[in-house]
Write a protein that binds this ligand. Structure first.
Ligand code: ADP
Ligand code: ZN
Length: 627
């Protein structure tokens, strides 16, 4: 990590480990005193015991639950012991066998535990429990200060104090210029609080960074601390919420106390929604509610509390669901500033790729612009991951530089999860997957929607995809026309339609396609007002979870008739697209067969080969979209 952890506590962990070791030593000592008369009786394999029984050489046997002790009639050789023991095996025939061979045998009565065993069983578990508690309590302790043996109340925040060579700065964050510009102000507050105080300006206390995971919210916060050269406390909202009511609140108090000692500084709370969920709207949350509410209240109190401080403590918090936050958190004086940290656009992706490409050896032939184009929708973390994957691929192939091909393959890895060569499809399954994917490809090629089919593969990847059709956008698009969306739905249904035509039945493989197709249709009607019968009304309430990919927005209050009309319209959109996909594939049946045949042989078709194949597809009249 690029930042030094400020660890000024003495080495207490050593003490704990010693304690545990001593505990174990004591236990071992005790266990030696335990009645253990078997110690002197030689132990033999069970099979030998049985052999000896079968040879009629066993005089008598004494059977307990964990050993069999027995006496031989005569020793195997001069001077060998006649008293032996073995470990019993679950053997129902043993009594019969012993009887047959005239062995005198008895079983031990269930043992009465000795005083020491009883005492140990009472003393040791609580002892261990206390040791464990102490261990965790100390480990979660932070900074100096005396603490009791059972302190759960210490915040678990990590503190970073930026030093010269490991400082994260704004230069390490790319593609989020607006967010950077807004946060530059915060840096100024932290650096020169006097200037603002002199004029009587109130320095903001809380800034909420809003955006999907992996877009660099944590990194940005670190950069603010790095730019201002102040300490940085980082904790996740979920770490506050604990089993014990009150622990979270105590931790918040502790965190702010520590922070005030180090002011000016920054506290970064990741996943603020873990504590900040709306108190009114959180129905269905079982348990933990009290605890969360107390923690939240404490946070609000603390934020209101440090008003008069001349050295600012600024709280940055991250969330990807701002709409779930309690309104009290967003009030003036709390998180009254919101900074959007969204996924980077084309030029932003290029800049981020540049940063990470510098960290690996890149071949001079690599064209990062192409990579940026092909990674629409990637967040900064995905891009960092992508470059690393490419470097791993190159290293695995004993190359000294990362090449374009590595990056291309890495894209697919990041998109579709790691290649799982181990998962083998049955031949008939493979046929279904092949036709399914070719169905997507042909329909996708003929339909508008801004993407060109770049690759068809029936190599299973990741968790669920059995095959996939990779469509790359030809240009960065922010707007989709109605025809584009209709085309996308038809493309999504292309897989299932191919299965219907060729096999006359459908499989479960199309579930995700149907989900996405229905989502698009619903948004066309409900959000984009694209339905002619229903008109340009937004039936879905916007402001739903826009960062989680839309989907189930709450519907505006509508009459039953309208609700029915919406459902009908969605249904019509999907049905029409389905008919369109079927028509296209019926018309291009021969082509579909021949591409499927090829893909069954090669598993992957891409590039010029694919382009040529798809070029011979024909759009039938009945599938044409009204443009
Ligand atoms: P978040 O907090 O938004 O979930 P992080 O800040 O933890 O995301 O990002 C994870 C990692 O991804 C960072 O440590 C960094 O390596 C990389 N990363 C994400 N966004 C960017 C960006 N805009 N510029 C450079 N690197 C980024
Ligand atoms: Zn599919």
């Amino acid at each position: 990590m690029a930042i030094r952890q400020d660890d000024n506590r003495p080495n207490r962990r050593f003490g704990i480990i010693n304690l545990v070791l001593i505990g174990f030593g004591v236990l071992l000592l005790f266990s030696n005193f335990l009645p253990n008369s078997a110690a002197q009786v030689p132990r033999v394999p069970y099979s030998l015991f049985i052999d000896q029984v079968n040879d009629n050489n066993v005089k008598r046997a004494y059977i307990t639950s964990d050993q069999i002790r027995y006496e031989l009639k005569e020793a195997s050789e001069e001077g060998a012991p006649t008293l032996l023991s073995t470990t019993p095996i679950f053997d129902m025939e043993l009594p019969q066998r012993l009887e047959q061979h005239g062995v005198e045998f008895a079983a031990a009565p269930p043992q009465k535990p000795s005083f020491i065993t009883t005492a140990l069983s009472w003393v040791v578990p609580p002892l261990i429990f206390i040791l464990v508690l102490q261990f965790f309590a100390r480990r979660s302790g932070m900074g100096g200060g005396a603490q009791g043996a059972l302190s759960f109340t210490k915040s678990k925040a990590k503190v970073y104090v930026p030093d010269e060579e490991s400082r994260v700065t704004f230069a390490d964050v790319a593609g989020v210029d607006e967010a950077k510009a807004e946060l530059a102000e915060i840096v100024d507050f932290l650096k020169k609080p006097e200037r603002y105080a002199a004029i009587g300006a109130r320095i903001p206390k809380g800034v909420l960074l809003v955006g999907p995971p992996g877009t660099g919210k944590t990194l940005l916060s670190k950069a603010v601390a790095g730019e201002a050269e102040v300490p940085f406390f980082i904790i996740s909202g979920s770490e506050f919420v604990e089993l014990f009511v009150g622990a979270g609140a105590a931790r918040v108090r502790d965190l702010f106390e520590e922070a005030k000692k180090k002011a000016p500084c920054i506290i970064f709370i990741d996943e603020l929604d873990a504590i900040g969920k709306s108190r009114s709207g959180s129905m269905g949350v079982v348990g933990g509610n009290d605890e969360r509410e107390q923690t939240l209240n404490q946070l609000l109190t603390e934020m209101d509390g440090f008003a008069g401080q001349d050295k600012p403590v600024i709280v940055l918090a991250a969330t990807n669901q701002p709409e779930t936050l309690d309104a009290a958190l967003l009030r003036p004086g709390r998180f009254d500033r919101q900074v959007l940290v969204d996924r980077p656009d084309l030029s932003g992706r290029k800049l981020i790729l540049d940063i990470y490409a510098k960290k690996v050896k890149l071949s001079s032939s690599v064209d990062l612009d192409k990579i940026a184009q092909a990674t629409s929708g990637f967040a900064g973390a995905d891009l960092a991951n992508l470059v690393n994957e490419a470097a791993l691929l190159a290293a695995r192939a004993y190359r000294t530089e990362v090449e374009q091909g590595d990056l291309n393959e890495a894209i697919e890895r990041v998109v579709a999860g790691l290649e799982k060569k181990s998962r083998v499809l049955q031949p008939d399954e493979k046929r279904v997957v092949a036709f399914h994917e070719v169905g997507h490809a042909i329909v996708g090629h003929l339909m508008p929607g801004g993407s060109k089919v770049a690759k068809i593969s029936i190599v299973p990847r990741g968790m669920s995809a059995l095959g996939y059709t990779l469509q790359l956008p030809t240009e960065e698009r922010f707007l989709n026309s109605k025809e584009d969306l209709e085309g996308q739905i038809a493309t999504l249904l292309g897989g299932r339609s191919a299965e219907e035509i060729v096999f006359g039945e459908v499989t479960t493989g199309a579930a995700n396609d149907l989900q996405r197709a229905t989502d698009i249709a619903e948004q066309m009607v409900g959000t984009y007002g694209m339905s002619e019968t229903l008109g340009p009304l937004a039936y879905d309430k916007q402001g739903g979870s826009r960062f989680l990919g839309g989907g189930n927005n709450p519907r505006r209050v509508v009459s039953d008739a309208t609700a029915q009309a919406i459902d009908k319209e969605v249904r019509t959109l999907v049905d029409t697209a389905h008919e369109r996909a079927l028509a296209i594939l019926r018309h291009n049946r021969e082509l579909m067969e021949s591409i499927s045949q090829q893909i069954l042989e090669k598993e992957v078709i891409e590039g010029d080969n694919l382009k040529e194949l798809l070029a011979s597809s024909v759009l039938p009249e009945e599938a044409r979209l009204a443009a």
